[in-house]
Write a protein that binds this ligand. Structure first.
Ligand SMILES: O=C(O)CCC(=O)C(=O)O
Ligand SMILES: [Fe+2]
Length: 525
């Protein structure tokens, strides 16, 4: 759909089949969130989808879009506070620089200040659906757009160059979180169309993107505190008047991102309060209209959770780094030698991580988990198994087959939970469930690759030898969705050892430790 006319036609067609906005159906590969070790039957993550919840989310997107479109009308609102750059539209005197189209700072801007805002030409919602055999219920993208302009409907067949999609994570401090809070299912994204007229203060998306050199960028796009999906382009270095604005394409460390958001929140308190008012009003409209959707029709209730698996609280160095849901860490859980030897053992055996396709039942490569991994027989790492069973108060048979994961630049594991609701037959365990996740970082990682728990605002930067333990389900085998987590895209290479503690021993002979192929001679003891 390369031409505006073709897109318009498609948009009209799609409008007929949708209640509001544009409805672009997007078949996507089934994205099971539980990754499978190579030699095992992968397991499914039984994500429930819920039509009522989707309807509320779609209404939220439409409502947020109409408010955002309204704000972008220069007759109504001019963001002078975010008007620190211009787009070059004629050749300068020397004929060398700046280039036509380049976005340049029109004043000095300090790190943490806003350069411009990111325009919202359409607002989209990716709805991840799994476990569905029905074609009509595959993953879809709902897009709310301006019905009077070209290019209203964005289908996945359009080339990435035609528009820019920006995923917008919503933390709990965002008003939109309350109406779009199901991060496991709903991905909010904003769309930018280069062919739209640029508006002063809304030049985001028009600047050059940094190529591979991370260091050459001077800004990044961040959701406006309290006013997402509106986003600002924020300076990541001090920028001089006349300097070209170049956007970083790599994710920043969560701590740096938080610092930038903090400085924007502080410096532009008044301006943000105005925008927040608009966004809150849009959210209230949705809340009012969705209050009719009664809980029996599927609104997910936060289930009461009971006690969780107990760790050995006397384990040396055990620290609780988050309470309710509890997350623990232990520095130097593995020695440097254990980490180095485990990497050396695993390196020659790495294969792409597989994820179960819920439709076919086949374990296959999937963009949800792009790292490589290998299984590690317990017999080759007795000292590590001994520490794990000691801290987790369990026997070695309760540990799922150990895996070493390797993430190279750009590789990631998208947000997922490790647990199940109820009993399952999986990974050699029968009528059982995962109670705890233990992972250990095998190297220090300074850029990218953090393990993020977005529901609780926790980000952990990998530190060599540190173990992290969380609890995907309670003792009654009810999943705790607050433990949603991701392996953020790696910048530096990252190595991780991971396993899960089940509530009963591994029993299926097919998954016996003795069947695992050895990695190398020389056990780590
Ligand atoms: O890579 C990470 O930081 C997390 C890995 C993970 O979540 C998993 O293996 O289940
Ligand atoms: Fe995980």
């Amino acid at each position: 759909l390369a031409t505006p006319a073709a897109r318009r036609k498609a948009a009209q067609k799609a409008k007929k089949s949708s209640s509001n906005g544009g409805f672009a159906k997007k078949p996507r590969p089934a994205a099971a969130a539980i990754a499978a070790p190579q030699t095992q039957q992968p397991t499914t993550n039984n994500v429930q989808y819920d039509d009522a919840q989707d309807e509320v989310a779609k209404r939220a997107v439409s409502s947020l879009f109409s408010v955002c479109a309204h704000i972008q009308d220069p007759k109504l609102y001019q963001p002078k506070w975010a008007d620190a750059c211009v787009q070059q539209n004629s050749e300068s005197g020397d004929g060398i620089s700046p280039k036509i189209g380049a976005v340049m700072a029109n004043r000095d801007v300090a790190r943490g200040q806003v350069l411009t805002l990111f325009p919202i030409h359409a607002l989209g919602l990716r709805m991840l659906r799994q476990n569905s055999d029905d074609e009509a219920l595959k993953d879809t993208e709902f897009v709310a757009y301006d019905q009077n302009a070209d290019g209203e409907l964005f289908t996945t067949s359009e080339k990435a160059g035609l528009r820019l999609k920006l995923n917008i994570p919503l933390d709990k401090s965002q008003p939109a979180h309350s109406i779009l809070g199901n991060k496991k299912r709903h991905v909010l994204f904003s769309m930018f169309l280069p062919e739209k007229q640029p508006k002063p203060g809304w030049l985001g998306g028009r600047m050059k993107a940094a190529s591979s050199q991370y260091s050459e960028s001077n800004c990044i796009t961040v959701p406006l505190p309290g006013a997402a999906p509106l986003c600002a382009v924020v300076a990541t270095t001090d920028v001089k008047e006349g300097e070209e604005i170049i956007q970083a394409m790599q994710p920043l460390k969560p701590s740096v991102m938080d610092e930038l958001k903090g400085s924007v929140a502080k410096e532009y308190r008044r301006e943000l309060a105005t925008l927040q008012m608009y966004i809150e009003a849009a959210c209230e409209t949705v809340q009012q209209s969705s209050s009719q959707v009664d809980s029996s029709s599927g609104q997910q209730q936060q289930q009461q959770l009971g006690p969780f698996h107990q760790l050995n609280q006397k384990y040396p160095g055990l620290k609780r780094i988050h309470q309710d849901p509890d997350i623990y860490s232990i520095d130097n859980f593995l020695t440097n030698e254990e980490c180095d030897r485990l990497i050396a053992k695993s390196q020659p055996h790495l294969v792409p991580c597989l994820v179960k396709n819920d439709k076919t039942g086949i374990a296959e490569q999937d963009p949800v988990r792009t790292s490589t991994n290998t299984n590690v027989p317990q017999s080759e790492v007795p000292s590590i198994v001994e520490k794990m069973t000691n801290v987790a108060n369990c026997c070695a048979d309760q540990l799922e087959i150990l895996q070493v994961l390797n993430y190279k630049k750009g590789q990631e594991f998208i947000p997922h939970t490790d647990g199940f609701s109820g009993k399952f037959d999986a990974c050699g365990f029968e009528q059982a469930s995962r109670q705890a996740t233990i992972f250990c970082y095998l190297n220090d990682v300074s850029e990218g690759g953090s393990t993020n728990f977005p529901e609780i605002g926790l980000a952990i930067q990998p530190k060599k030898g540190t173990a992290v333990i969380h609890f995907p389900a309670d003792l009654e085998l009810r999943e705790d969705t607050r433990t949603l987590h991701q392996g953020a895209p790696a910048v530096d290479e990252k190595w991780l050892l991971t396993t899960w503690v089940w509530n009963r021993p591994r029993s299926d002979e097919m998954y016996a430790e003795s069947r695992l192929p050895p990695l190398s001679s020389g056990d780590i003891i």
